[in-house]
Design a protein. Structure first.
Length: 250
């Protein structure tokens, strides 16, 4: 029986799924698969959660829109788990917090601070450190370097509020060694860890493009947000890296 949000059946998705938030980006990513968009199978379009399945360098891969934030992301990942997916790579954007970061840089998240409501709901108040799968994260780092890109690997923070009114929140994260802020990684890492705790071979990783930087010397919050055409070029490179890394382990 089809699921509530992903109107797909078992076998419609590859074991490896890349997860962008934006349905437009999902379609662009499907165009990078073998044979382009025309050769990719649209396996879900319900609620504009576009999902595609095809191959990359001959290896099966799917792309699934996750929406924005951990509530939407967790619904999508839970249903993908029900459909038999075992490897998840979030491919998104982030706000740079680390002192050395600039727009266009790539962040590979090794762990995420769960400052979001969905992950906290899963944890029921328990302390927990959501971490990425080591082998998949290492594959992302290796794929970056193979493309001539030096990634920034480290801690991110998952949040619910995009336009945070607290003037100190980004600088506080920086003081704690956080590289970037984003909105989905904690749920990804938690759910993958939960499945491993059940004895299931599930892994999750996250690669991000810095679209803007959040700690500034002025009040111009987000003023350095990348122009759309530059952001598209930077995210395309990131997606190619994610495809290379994910398929290298499949």
């Amino acid at each position: 029986m089809p699921l509530i949000h992903l109107r797909a059946e078992s076998g419609d998705y590859a074991p490896l799924v890349l997860l962008p938030g934006d349905p437009g980006r999902a379609t662009m990513m499907a165009g990078l698969l073998d044979g382009g968009l025309d050769n990719a199978k649209l396996v879900n379009e319900h609620r504009s959660l576009l999902g595609y399945t095809g191959t990359y360098n001959g290896k099966p891969v799917s792309i699934q829109t996750s929406g924005i934030g951990t509530p939407s992301f967790s619904i999508v990942m839970e249903e993908l788990l029900m459909l038999g997916v075992t490897t998840f790579i979030r491919t998104g954007t982030c706000g740079g917090v680390g002192r050395h970061l600039k727009t266009g840089d790539i962040v590979v998240a090794t762990a995420s601070i769960p400052a979001d409501g969905a992950t906290r709901t899963y944890l029921r108040g328990d302390s927990f450190a959501p971490v990425a799968d080591f082998e998949l994260t290492r594959a992302l780092v290796d794929a970056c370097r193979a493309k001539g890109v030096e990634p920034n690997a480290g801690l991110v923070q998952s949040v619910d509020v995009f336009y945070n009114p607290d003037p100190e929140y980004a600088s506080t994260m920086r003081s704690r060694g956080v590289l970037a802020v984003e909105m989905e990684a904690s749920a990804l890492f938690y759910l993958a860890s939960r499945e491993r705790g059940k004895g299931n071979d599930v892994r999750g990783a996250c690669i991000l493009t810095v679209s803007d930087t959040l700690v500034k010397d002025s009040d111009s919050y987000g003023a350095d947000y990348m122009p759309l055409e530059e952001l598209e070029a930077a995210t395309k490179l990131m997606i190619e890296i994610a495809l290379e890394a994910g398929t290298s382990l499949s």
